[in-house]
Each structure stands twice: as C-alpha cells, then as structure tokens.
Design a protein around this ligand. Structure first.
Ligand code: NAD
Length: 332
C-alpha cells in the first residue's frame, strides 16, 4: 500500500481524499503545513507527496525528496508553477497534476465575481443586514451589449466566454494558440491582446502563470485598457502586478477589480487570520477600496471539483506505485 504525505491539507481535502480511498488502498498522512525544503523531512517513509498551489517544490525540496526515495509529486491542482519541473525531470521524479477537474467551477466563479462586483451585491448584503435599505452608491451597469475580453481560451476561458455570450455580450478572445473553430461556433471574436484591452469593458484572465505571463497586467497594460474597465483574475495572482493595479484603481483608470488569486497569497489565502494584524500593506489597501472584491482562491471549491481532484490524484498514485503510466494528460 503506497504511503502518501499530503501537505497543506484542509478539512475538505481530507474528506474527499478519504472518500476516493474507500477501499483503503492508499495510506494518507495528512499534514496541515506546506511542503518546502524546510519541511521535506516530514515525507520520510512516504512513497509519494501530494501538494497544492502554495507548496514550494523547488530543486532543494526535490533533492530532499529523492534522498528519501520519493519518486512521485502528485499535484491536486491544475497549475504547476510552484514545481521546478526541470529539476524533477533531472532527478527522475514523476510529477502529475489534475488538469481539468471542473473548469465550470472556476469559470462560474469568475462570472459570479463580476456580477457581485458590478451590481455591488457584497455591499448590499452587508447593508441590508444592518437594516440599511438605501441604494446610494449601488449603481451598476447592464452586461447586455458590453464587450468582455477573455485572455486565454483554454478549458476555463472557453467556458467563461460561453457563459458571457449567454448575457448577450460581445466576447473578444486572445490566446497565443487561438481556437478559431471554437470561436466561430460560439460567436466569439479572436483578436490580438492590444485590441482586446482597448475594446473590453470587462477583462477576465484565464492564462497560466509562465515566464511570459508574469505581470502580464502592469502599468503599461492598465494604460491600454478602456477607461473604467473591470478586471477579473481567477487564474494566478502573479499575472497582475499589485502596485500597478493599486495605482490604476486610485487614478480611476480601472473601474474595479475582482480577484480570486493574489500576487502574495502564499501564507495568507486559505488561512484564518481574523485575529491577527494583516502584514501585507498592499492587500490591506486593496481591501479598503469599494470597487475591489477578493475571494481567497476558492474558484475551484465545488463538490464536483473536489471529488474529481481526489479521484484523479488517488488513481495516479496507485498507477505510478504499481509501475503503470499516469492517467492520460496528467503527467508533466
Ligand atoms: P488551459 O491550459 O486549458 O488554458 C490556458 C490557455 O492559455 C491555453 O489556451 C494557452 O494557449 C493559453 N496561453 C498560455 N500562455 C499564453 C500567453 N502567454 N498568452 C496568451 N495565451 C496563453 O488552462 P485552464 O484549465 O483553462 O486553466 C487556466 C488557469 O486557471 C490555470 O493555469 C490556473 O492557473 C488557473 N486556475 C485557477 C483556479 C482557481 O481556483 N482560482 C483553479 C484552476 C485553475
């Protein structure tokens, strides 16, 4: 039976991983702390490690895992920017991920964020609970007839685009590998990045974090956006340079932002810090702005997504432990 050290475990991870292991074929060892070179010693005796978005699986960490004869890093997420893949290959450690657990979960959250931010539902909710039934300051705009720019038309971006088409918006799409057939089928217009920025009332990000997408949204980018546009980021925090974001909000150039991911989310998102001083001044400032809506990396958090993540992760652990190939499309 493979022993698996699971890091950054939350109660919902545990629940769904245990459900996926109904026949007790895997020995889960749940840890609440994250994996890094500092904590890799805790993987002693395990056959594999199971990690999430904020575990830091760099070369030092991988070398410590190899010394412990660990040959498999199972990511229970789609993004893999936190794993040094070149080092893993050189050290002969298999890395698997769950590429598409529920693109609907993330796309629907992106649309939900936009609706809340635009119609100020989060503010109205708090007001009404205080018996403040005033509507002052709650004016939004119709989505109907507006232009939505989708940056990255992979699995999630396409679903987001299709949902936005349902609001009868014009949808522009930019992707380094455009999908003209899909676009034509769904009434989406493929365009270049600059045209999308200039024309879109709403821009929603669905590209992965890669060296060429790091700070894709910086001062020059915000300057090219339509004045008053809204930015939605449910992809990765480091796509957006926070200092430039704050400046463009303060100047009024950007009309609002909804973030499910944040540049410096590690150690903050997923944690209950309600009794503590927030040490991140930029995050503190963003939280004071009325046109900023932040959720704590929860776009993936649906029953369907958690069940699929656990199923694929457990299956890959059993396959690799038994000398078989990983499930198609999951090996990195
Ligand atoms: P995907 O691989 O299916 O699609 C990504 C698309 O981005 C591809 O079409 C690719 O061609 C395009 N792309 C890559 N680099 C580009 C560039 N430089 N410029 C333009 N386009 C580029 O990925 P997906 O499943 O749609 O997921 C997208 C991202 O969403 C993931 O990388 C992950 O970071 C994020 N995500 C977030 C959550 C969450 O809970 N917030 C959950 C899952 C995934």
């Amino acid at each position: 039976m493979p022993e698996v050290a699971v890091y950054d475990t939350k109660p919902y991870d545990r629940l769904y991983l245990e459900q996926a292991n109904a026949n007790d074929r895997i020995g889960w060892r749940f840890h609440e702390f994250r994996l890094s070179s500092q904590t890799a010693g805790s993987a002693n005796g395990a056959d594999a490690v199971c990690v999430f978005v904020n575990d830091r699986v760099d070369r030092d960490c991988l070398e410590l895992l190899v010394q412990r004869k660990i040959r498999h890093v199972a990511l229970r997420c789609a993004g893999y920017n936190n794993v040094d893949l070149a080092a893993a290959r050189a050290l002969n450690i298999a890395v698997t991920r769950v590429p598409a657990y529920s693109p609907h979960a993330v796309a629907e959250h992106a649309v939900g964020l936009l609706l809340s931010l635009n119609r100020k539902i989060h503010r109205a909710y708090n007001r009404v609970r205080e018996h403040n039934f005033s509507l002052n300051g709650l004016v939004g705009f119709d989505l109907f007839g507006k232009t939505v720019g989708i940056v990255g038309t992979g699995r999630i971006g396409r679903i987001a685009a299709q949902i936005f088409r349902g609001f009868e918006t014009r949808v522009l799409a930019y992707d380094s590998c455009p999908a003209p057939d899909w676009a034509a089928q769904h009434g989406v217009t493929c365009t270049d990045f600059q045209t999308l920025l200039k024309a879109s009332d709403v821009v929603s990000l669905h590209v992965p974090l890669l060296p060429d997408t790091l700070h894709l949204f910086r001062a020059e980018t915000f300057a090219q956006m339509k004045p008053g546009a809204i930015l939605i980021n449910t992809s990765r925090g480091k796509l957006v340079e926070t200092a430039a974001l704050i400046e463009s909000l303060k100047s009024g150039r950007l009309g609002g932002v909804a973030l499910d991911v944040y540049e410096e989310e590690e150690g903050v998102f997923f944690e209950d810090l309600s009794g503590q001083m927030l040490q991140d001044d930029e995050l503190s400032m963003l939280l004071t702005f009325p046109n900023v809506l932040i959720t704590s990396h929860q776009a993936f958090l649906t029953h369907e997504a958690l069940a699929e993540i656990a199923r694929v992760t457990a299956e890959n652990i059993l396959r690799l432990n038994g000398g078989q190939e990983a499930l198609p499309g999951t090996a990195l």
